[in-house]
Design a protein around this ligand. Sequence first.
Ligand code: NDP
Ligand code: OXD
Length: 308
Amino acid sequence: MSLLLVSPNRNTKPFVEAIHKIDPNIDIEVWPTVEKPERIQFAVAWNHPKHLFDKFPNLRVISSMGAGVDHLMSDDSIPSGITFTRLVGPSLSGQMCDYVLTSVLNIIRNTEIYYQQQKRGEWKTHQPLQKRDITVGVLGLGALGSSVAGRLIENGFSVNGWAATKKEKDGVNTFSGEELDDFLAATNIVVCLLPLTEKTDGILDLALFKKLKQPAYVINAARGAHLVDEDLIYALDTGIISHASLDVFSEEPLPGSHPFWGREKITITPHIASLTDPDEIAELLVENYKRLLSGMPLLYEVDRKKGY
Ligand code: NDP
Ligand code: OXD
């Protein structure tokens, strides 16, 4: 049995080295030069070409090379009997907490406004937003959203959280399913950490923005397709939303001609909120690979019916 790595736009060498540091005996094949496709039972993939997995008759498990699995879910050529898993290491959620906390602090401290003023050589003060006057609402209380909510609480913020099912989390005011409007009415800074599914596609639209408490802000660190781009532009231009911090985009890299570039009320980062660390994910991969070999339950299995 061997393990297949597929990542068209990433250098896979650090991943191969990290896996071999843990267990030099694992046979690894790196797409596209696969010598023995019939030996592949476990694949690790990120943005693979559709139909790629048709070529592996004994494939049993595909692990995402990250936390998101939308790139696997959107490939309907993958037989339903193949199990999907994902990789959520501790540094992934730690980095996401840092990203969201930084974005929230930048919003309340007017950091973006001061960057713009510096470019113009302008000295002008603005009152910061007080923590007591605003509430941060996290959409999605999973592996990442739940840690982010906890980190915000530790830093003195009032935090709301919304998930499909009711959650209990110390200090967090939680909402579920049908309670979305109540969550929004009590939220100023909405942070999207939902998985991308049929139900959440386009959730960050004008109707949602209008239901937020004023002043309202958006942070999207989940997937670009959660956001309706033109609705955000309208909401920024009309003052419904005061600022947006975006790490993910419907098309990545964000095309040079996209209207988001150059807008003072949008902070853009190139999908770096949380980057996978090869050493950390190699440990999880090797663990799951060995679990498959010995017939043990896999870690971080995805519910293919729910889509996450
Ligand atoms: P999880 O699958 O662990 O958590 C998903 C959460 O969303 C759960 O709480 C779930 O509720 C909730 N949810 C799902 N569907 C709905 C719905 N229809 N209505 C309400 N709640 C819903 O996801 P992760 O925390 O691992 O990842 C979150 C996002 O972050 C993903 O989009 C991922 O792709 C992205 N990501 C971005 C990175 C970056 O660098 N920008 C890095 C890593 C991940 P319940 O628990 O009740 O099922
Ligand atoms: C992930 C990501 O899903 O990097 O891990 O976005």
